[in-house]
Design a protein around this ligand. Structure first.
Ligand code: CA
Length: 357
């Protein structure tokens, strides 16, 4: 509440400063923003609309962004490429979509058993994360800004109960990215399907399980009607960050006040997304449980084996990928120190509040 108030205040102050300081007017700048996401994911997609609205307000309408949903200008998984090539000036995406180019992109979003949303934000904004990531993006002709977070996701919808690690063998699951690689090492068969294809595949039995986001988004896709077992936690996405991308040449050509407006609006959109998920997930979870959804924790042997496989994967990648190794060293150290602190203050408080009657 206070944070939001502060940001709104900062925005208003900047608008006033721009109005007072800018001689009559700055240049008219019209950009297109390619989102990776469909409008139906209103919380994630909405961050781009928020950004566009605030940038226009802060520049008195001189700098505007036109937002395009995933697939309108470019396929959702090619937003980084489109911004790199300058076919759009900016975009909104999840950087782990691009681990095929370099696994180090995952640090800009999420790694399995990685940072929570709070910790990701701390790493990016005050722990050197943004600066560590900038050279990687610059090599792709892009500058990036944190652009939202879903908070810890759910582990997804399973047609059958998972009683132990052995039940993952041969299980066909929609789970993309590094989480999918780890699932494969545990014997599952990961599949990458776009959102629109997940429900029919689960309904037909082409897949046995599917992960998506969390209660608020999952409810809209109706997975609970065909797979009743809803697992937690989504250990591959403990606090995934979305990002805004800007083509470097276009960024460098912007007047400084427009850059400040853009950065300010990114910061606001970054925190608003998590706030909305945190406000909307609880009632959605209650509705799902009322409809007969069975909430289940992943068995301990699954969690332990997945964590072991995850860090083995990171060590192997660091041994062959200097860019990954450079960021991983700092990220790992930051993560370890976060855990030392969070388990003292935050975890003990949360455990008492959540689980003690
Ligand atoms: Ca997910």
């Amino acid at each position: 509440m206070h944070r939001r108030g502060f940001l709104r205040g900062a925005g208003a102050g900047m608008a006033a400063a721009l109005a007072a300081g800018a001689s009559a007017s700055g240049p008219t700048v019209r950009w297109r923003l390619a989102s990776s996401f469909p409008k139906s994911l209103d919380t994630i997609y909405g961050a781009s609309e928020d950004l566009a609205r605030r940038v226009a307000e802060l520049t008195e309408g001189r700098f505007t962004l036109r937002v395009h949903a995933g697939g309108e200008l470019v396929p959702g998984l090619q937003v980084l490429d489109a911004v790199r090539d300058g076919s759009v000036e900016c975009g909104h995406s999840a950087s782990y979509y691009y681990v095929g180019k370099d696994m180090a992109f995952a640090f800009d979003c999420a790694l399995p058993f990685g940072l929570t949303a709070r910790q990701q934000n701390a790493w990016m904004s005050a722990g050197g994360g943004i600066e560590l990531m900038r050279p990687l993006f610059a090599r792709h002709n892009v500058i990036q800004f944190p652009g939202g977070n879903t908070g810890a996701q759910m582990g997804g919808w399973f047609r059958k109960e998972i009683r132990s690690l052995a039940d993952l063998r041969g299980l066909k699951m929609r789970i993309p990215g590094i989480g999918g690689q780890i699932m494969a090492s545990l014997g599952a068969v990961p599949m990458t399907l776009p959102g629109s294809d997940v429900y029919p595949a689960l309904e037909r039995g082409t897949i046995d399980a599917a992960e998506w986001v969390g209660p608020y988004d999952d409810e809209k896709l109706g997975f609970h009607k065909i797979a009743r077992n809803y697992y937690y936690p989504g250990w591959w996405e403990g606090g995934p960050q979305l990002s805004f991308y800007v083509n470097l040449k276009h960024w460098q050509a912007l007047p400084p006040t427009y850059r400040a407006a853009f950065e300010c609006a990114c910061a606001e959109a970054n925190q608003s997304m998590l706030a909305r998920y945190d406000a909307r997930n609880p009632p959605a979870l209650i509705r799902l449980v009322q409809q007969g959804v069975r909430l289940r924790a992943f068995p301990r042997d699954v969690m332990d084996a997945a964590r072991k496989a995850a860090f083995a994967l990171y060590d192997a990648e660091a041994a062959k990928n200097p860019e990954f190794a450079r960021i991983y060293k700092a990220w790992r150290s930051f993560r370890d120190s976060q855990i030392q602190w969070f388990k003292v203050g935050e975890a003990s408080y949360a455990n008492f509040i959540y689980f003690t009657k």
